[in-house]
Design a protein around this ligand. Structure first.
Ligand code: AMP
Ligand code: MG
Length: 301
């Protein structure tokens, strides 16, 4: 079957991938304003490519559900206003909701804090055939918790696992967990929506100035923004330590929403193509049953 846009989309993903073992510096290594070879007058072309990406997602989602051996887990990370919600809304617009499972992760509850830190994420993993989306994820355990280490005090940790090695230990545990998931057919697609400081400022101002956007803004967002450099460092360290062959990171340029959507769709399409799910073939027993049912239905007519 002809699959318009597939080659173009898959080629794009190479620009976003963090090679396992690479040492990442932010903001130096990835430009939040990157738009590939799309110019100012290419809005129509960009829209076409996004639509092709969405059509491919629809097709592959159906095959993933039919095959029922793999799941795809899209991990969305990014600072406030990086576009996590709108990426979900646009990129998933062609999907069958029956086979999609979206989970936002907020400040952990008391129940969650009284378990190991990966517990709550494990609970929300997609079942086979599904596309799961984590809006924030287990990576918050090495991002917000790292930028605000006092949060560790709420986690009921044994004292001998709270030394300066804790972040390295968590990277190791996360890599091992993701490897275990990949070996079980749960493929992660990890997207870091990479926003510039200036674009975040503009989006916050829009959230303040437009009444219908007020609900998206809290004073805490500006307080977090004050930790901008600490977050960039924490993200760079995450990208450096947890981009693996079995679960690589992709850095999605997020300053232009139209391009962010194309880039996110491209990476998800590429992951599905790698899984290459197939419709199951009927067994000879099933074929006999189908033929019998067909005869019965024809006889009725
Ligand atoms: P939002 O995504 O804007 O609705 O905000 C969710 C908030 O929950 C963010 O401020 C996150 O930093 C916070 N959050 C998510 N996961 C964790 C976690 N594991 N520990 C502490 N805070 C978290
Ligand atoms: Mg927020």
């Amino acid at each position: 079957m002809a699959q318009p846009g597939l080659k173009r989309l898959r080629q794009l993903t190479a620009r976003f991938r963090v090679e396992p073992g690479a040492s990442v510096k932010l903001p130096k290594d990835f430009d939040p304003g990157f738009t590939a070879d799309f110019g100012k007058d290419d809005a129509g072309k960009a829209q076409d490519l996004l639509q092709q990406g969405i059509a491919l997602l629809t097709e592959y989602q159906d095959r993933l559900a039919a095959q029922d051996t793999h799941a795809l887990l899209v991990v969305l990370q990014g600072l406030d206003a990086a576009g996590k919600d709108s990426t979900i809304k646009h990129v998933m617009s062609g999907m069958n909701p029956q086979w999609v499972d979206v989970h936002p992760f907020k400040v952990p509850s008391d129940e969650e804090l009284n378990h190991d830190y990966l517990w709550r994420y494990e609970q929300k993993l997609p079942r086979r055939g599904m596309i799961g989306i984590f809006n924030r994820s287990h990576y918050e355990e090495v991002l917000v918790v790292r930028v605000h280490p006092e949060l560790l005090d709420t986690q009921h940790l044994p004292a001998d696992h709270r030394d300066s090695d804790i972040w390295k230990q968590r990277f190791k545990a996360i890599n091992a967990w993701e490897r275990y998931l990949a070996e079980n057919g749960i493929q992660l697609v990890k997207l870091f929506l990479n926003l510039s400081r200036e674009e975040q400022r503009q989006r916050f101002l829009a959230r303040i100035d437009k009444p219908q956007k007020n609900w998206k803004f809290t004073a805490a967002d500006v307080r977090e923004r004050a930790h901008w450099d600490a977050y960039q460092k924490a993200y760079a360290d995450v990208l450096t330590n947890t981009s693996t062959e079995w679960a690589p990171w992709y850095v999605i340029p997020a300053d232009h929403k139209w391009f962010e959507r194309i880039a996110a769709a491209a990476v998800i399409v590429d992951a599905l193509v790698r899984i290459d799910p197939r419709y199951p073939k009927a067994t000879s027993q099933q074929r006999r049953e189908l033929a019998a049912a067909r005869r019965e239905l024809l006889a009725e007519g």
